[in-house]
Write a protein that binds this ligand. Sequence first.
Ligand code: CAA
Length: 382
Amino acid sequence: MNFELSEEQTLLQNMARDFATREVLPKAAEIDQKHRHPEELVVRMAELGLMGVAVPEQWGGSGMDNVSYVLAMEEISRACASTGVIMSVNNSLVCDPLLRFGTDEQRREFLVPLASGQKLGCFALSEPEAGSDAAAQRTVAIPDGDSWVINGTKNWITNGLVADVMILFAMSNKEQGNRGISAFIVPMDSPGVRCGQADDKLGIRGSKSSQVFLDDAKLPPSALLGEVGQGFKVAMSTLDGGRIGIAAQALGIARACLEDSLDYALQRKTFGRAIAQHQAIQWKLADMATEIDAARLLTLRAAAYKDTGQPYGKQAAMAKLYASDVANRAAREAIQIFGGNGYVTEFPVERHFRDAKITEIYEGTSEIQRLVISGHLIKEHS
Ligand code: CAA
């Protein structure tokens, strides 16, 4: 077993850390306070090749691997979790299914601009009544000659309001349950596609999410991604990869908690000495660091399995389950270390606390990750 990163991976990690520290971190509080989509940072991430890290260069990406993607996601999310999720959705939930299921023509038209960051994507699976139960799709795709007519409502669509292209899931044959779901590529400026108001969220406030309404949206036959009825598998296998990205985002938030706590504990004094000299604080720091390392190993393992063509759904679910738990625990402990200063917006840890929570919810709640993991365990044991 080799724990060394390659030279290329180390270069990307250093580049992402440098960019995150110099350009993202100084803006993170303002992005959060103003609920601002950080357009200028998305442009910079595109210039740095971060919007399609694991997409081959031929298709507009950086031609690196998923381990590199995880390393970069951790760095960006350590600085700003909102910026992290914008990057994650474009990489994992939009470019990845286009690469795996798209025709060459679809890749040329959509993947090249998305992976190079000239365009931004979103992923529309969730609905008002299809969250954890993703197969309960009510959005319908009715064949109309060769074309499709789509009607329905999608919920909590990250990037929706600022995206150019949407990967959309809809029921094309109600009789067939999850085997009746199909996937489509939809330009957001298509007639009949409209976003609602931006969601007013607890955390990741710089990430714009909203409802997306489809009213008789007419799509050409070329909009179909994969085969008719294959959409649920497109969605589920895409989420396997997405969960690695969210695990890396959680890791970044947890590391922010640890590093901010270390800075604070070394300068804040109580009872005549820095609080870092008190054992109660030392134990918290030690636990945070240990758990972050364990979460990082799980996340890198899932990415390495994906890179080497091994099944990685269970590993991705474990990484997301554990890393999101670690992020929330680290954020709670960071606030405790900061005391009163942890409870006010002048210091960053209350933002980490609010940002951490979503990692236990989106791309499958922690309860869903446990279902996925136990499903694999039972299948492996039978
Ligand atoms: N890859 C490929 N195929 C898969 C799969 C996977 N990972 N998981 C399941 N399938 C296939 C199964 O093999 C099965 O196929 P057959 O019908 O041919 O046998 C089919 O899909 C149905 O599988 P299940 O019976 O396991 O499906 P289910 O209805 O019980 O649901 C679930 C399973 C795991 C609960 C699923 O609904 C799920 O993951 N729910 C969570 C949804 C989710 O993560 N949503 C995130 C929204 S996107 C988002 O959050 C983005 C954002 O904002 C940043």
